[in-house]
Design a protein around this ligand. Structure first.
Ligand code: NAD
Length: 330
């Protein structure tokens, strides 16, 4: 099939080209982010391949449908960027990659936890300048801590397995309890209890109307002083202004984020020559106890290969009129 591939990065192209011989579709790689303005690039294609910050709103979907696009193949797990009601009305099929390497994201969440708890980012810079002083580098153990996990889907479960290896007590909140996790010793509890008991909280639920700003002014009042908050899921789970105020008061002791509420205009681009216009991320970057990565938790070789294979299989299944096992529907 003819595929218009948006938001292309070098690593996407490399992984898809590695697997194309097994799924001979014709892919045109566009660097542009997909939105109502760039949608016209999809003219002459049958499939659009999109990523997390592409805008699949009503207008964009209408343009794509009017040009004969039949399938939107998301090369990511989350689909909060798609207007599903509109897609249904326009008879546009949406497929995604539900799980490509949950371990990649879970391990990145732990990379944030370990960097913040042992200040390795500061030590790295110091040692490069021959500063071997240990002043200010005192950390804390992860062993024995209570970790609260919100969302025990594929990534949350991988995260719990790692946390178990560290010797943590694990509390979890999910709308569905998982038997494998219970057998591992994970204790399911209310969100209230999780907030009150955890020294580290890690978010692994999707962004939905129910989870939007699950971390807000009210919930932050319930957490322990000095709590570490980790978000590798979606920026909208956190109300950024409340988190900034909790950081200023010391209520949040550490913040590690791979996703950010207003990331669409920032992430996946080199803006180092520009003046940063986003006041909230600029403020976050001033805290010594905040670590930000630019939505890279998925970025491992293993995950990129799996993303390419599943996306190409989704497109082939559509072409061959097979059941779309990874279809997103209302
Ligand atoms: P998943 O669908 O396997 O699991 C999501 C879990 O959240 C499910 O167990 C579900 O029951 C639970 N959930 C849904 N609504 C909830 C609610 N209101 N409260 C508590 N739990 C709720 O998804 P996954 O593969 O584990 O991915 C989780 C999220 O991680 C994705 O939605 C995506 O936003 C994010 N993600 C980020 C990256 C990255 O690079 N940073 C990569 C992949 C995925």
């Amino acid at each position: 099939m003819r595929v218009a591939f948006f938001s292309t990065k070098k690593y996407d192209r490399e992984s898809f080209e590695r697997w194309l011989p097994e799924h001979p579709h014709e892919i045109n790689f566009f660097e542009a982010k997909l939105d109502r303005h760039s949608a016209l690039l999809a003219q002459g294609h049958e499939v659009v391949c999109a990523f997390v910050n592409d805008q699949l709103d009503k207008t964009t979907l209408e343009i794509l449908a009017s040009m004969g696009i039949k399938l939107i193949a998301l090369r990511c797990a989350g689909y909060n960027q798609v207007d599903l009601d509109e897609a249904k009305k326009l008879n546009l099929k949406i497929v995604r990659v539900p799980a490509y390497s949950p371990e990649a994201v879970a391990e990145h969440a732990f990379a944030l936890i370990l960097t913040l708890s042992r200040k390795t980012h500061k030590a790295y810079n110091r040692v490069r300048e021959s500063n071997f002083s240990l002043e200010g580098l005192t950390g804390c153990n992860i062993h024995g801590k209570t970790i609260g996990v919100i969302g025990t889907g594929a990534i949350g479960r991988a995260f719990c397995r790692i946390a178990k290896g560290f010797g943590c007590r694990i509390l979890a909140f999910d709308i569905f309890e998982n038997e494998e996790m219970k057998a591992l010793g994970v204790e399911y509890c209310s969100l209230h209890y999780l907030f009150a008991e955890s020294q580290i909280i890690s978010l692994h639920c999707p962004l939905t109307p129910e989870t939007h700003h699950i971390i807000n002014k009210k919930s932050l009042r319930r957490i322990q002083d000095g709590c570490m908050l980790i978000n590798t899921s979606r920026g909208g789970l956190i109300e950024t202004k409340s988190v900034i105020s909790a950081l200023k008061k010391g209520k949040i002791g550490f913040l590690g984020i791979d996703v950010y509420e207003q990331e669409e205009d920032l992430f996946f681009q080199n803006l180092s020559e520009q003046i940063l216009q986003d006041e909230q991320i600029a403020r976050l970057m001033t805290f010594p106890n905040v670590l930000i990565t630019g939505h890279q938790a998925f970025l491992t070789r293993e995950a990129l290969d799996q993303i390419a294979v599943t996306t190409l299989e989704n497109i082939s299944a559509f072409e061959e009129k097979k059941k779309l096992i990874n279809e997103v529907s209302l």
